[in-house]
Design a protein around this ligand. Structure first.
Ligand code: OSB
Ligand code: MG
Length: 370
């Protein structure tokens, strides 16, 4: 596919409820969207970076630089075979995987249009619908958190995940178990702890959590393996899994028993699928993570989560209305009465059209490269 033109939109969309993690409190979703033009077709990609480098080292500013000054000038007016070929051609760029994934995802969209096959079919997805869970932020007090938990349990969400940080952890979990009993519960620390806090994690063993997500450093594989050996609760790595190689290292060292695959964190769906296949081979349960995406990224996550390994655990792919009043797809991504999301493919007629008027209304900048 020849790449003729690429547009980058900076969009701004307020959250309907602030989302607080151990690293920052989000009030708005500020994101970059890419629109890739190829031989009369158009594919969209959503970059999952945030306004600052809190979750991983990239942010919207670094992505703008890497796309605008490094990747796009080398991509324009060239031939690309597809996502895999793109990843090979840009392997010389170290890291910056969220930036790469934005373009990579758009190439899947173009490939889908060229072949008349859904992304699900192109990837080898097998599931018609995916099971959704909810990720809840840190709240100012326990009664506010309880109200949020109640709301999503009532909607049928299959798993409740709460964000924790030092000082708001074990006692919060104890209170939730007391109030809500045996619900499927997980916690996500987003790297807020070190091995010095080992007693905090030992204390969590009595609560039967499905897993503890990313307790230690974002670039750490070794300390997680030390921690995993001393606690019963499975560790699920998120931030630390940035590639096939890091997943292989984590599996070999026993650093986790579960992996949250965010394909964007690893450069895109092609790399994400390699990690999925590796985990399946090693019997490591996986689920599809989220980055509070707008509709383009959310819909692509739904397609990605159709892979066979994603059939057991619930995903951080909620209804768009969990975060936003307005979104950029028609219809907005939504849940069924079973609290699943239907995977779009050529047999069910489900599609998420990109709502360009909504994008224009949310855009604070628009750059054209051609
Ligand atoms: O660690 O999974 C995470 C949101 C922003 C950054 C990191 C994470 C999250 C979430 C929300 O937990 C998942 C979602 O619903 O999109
Ligand atoms: Mg996480």
């Amino acid at each position: 596919m020849r790449i003729d033109r690429i547009d980058i939109y900076n969009v701004h969309n307020p959250f309907n409820h602030p989302f607080e993690t151990s690293f920052t409190k989000f009030v708005n979703r500020d994101a970059l969207l890419v629109k890739v033009y190829s031989e009369g077709l158009v594919g969209w990609g959503e970059c999952k970076a945030f306004y600052g480098p809190f979750y991983n080292p990239e942010d919207n500013g670094t992505v703008q630089h890497v796309l605008g000054n490094i990747i796009i000038p080398r991509l324009l007016h060239t031939e690309v075979g597809g996502p895999e070929d793109f990843m090979g051609k840009f392997k010389f760029i170290v890291g910056n995987r969220l930036a790469k994934a934005a373009i990579e995802n758009a190439l899947w969209e173009i490939l889908s249009q060229r072949t008349g096959k859904s992304i699900k079919t192109l990837l080898g997805g097998t599931q018609n619908e995916i099971k959704v869970g909810v990720s809840l932020g840190i709240e100012k007090d326990i009664s506010t958190l309880f109200k949020m938990i109640e709301k999503y349990l009532a909607l049928g969400y299959h798993r409740t995940k709460i964000k924790i940080h030092p000082g708001q952890d074990v006692e919060v979990i104890r209170a939730i178990r007391k109030e809500f009993g045996d619900i499927t519960l997980t916690v996500d620390a987003n790297s807020a702890y070190t091995l010095k806090d080992i007693d905090v994690f030992k204390a969590m063993d009595e609560f039967g959590l499905q897993y503890i997500e990313q307790p230690l450093g974002e670039d750490d594989i070794v300390d997680h393996s030390i921690l995993q050996k001393q606690i019963e609760t499975p560790i699920c790595l998120d931030e630390s899994i940035v590639s096939y190689e890091s997943a292989a290292a984590a599996i070999r060292l026993g650093s986790c028993k579960v992996i949250n695959i965010k394909s964007s964190r690893c450069g895109g769906m092609w790399e994400g699928k390699r990690i999925h296949d590796l985990c399946l081979e090693h019997h490591i349960p996986v689920w599809c993570g989220g980055m509070t995406e707008l509709g383009i990224g959310r819909a692509q996550n739904v397609s990605f989560a159709s892979l066979p390994g994603f059939s057991e655990l619930a995903h951080d792919v909620a209804a768009a209305s969990r975060y936003f009043e307005k979104d950029i797809t028609r219809p907005m991504v939504d849940i069924t009465d079973r609290c699943t999301i239907i995977v779009p493919d050529e047999t069910n007629g489900i599609k998420y059209e990109v709502d360009e008027e909504a994008i224009d209304a949310m855009a604070v900048a628009h750059r054209i490269y051609k």
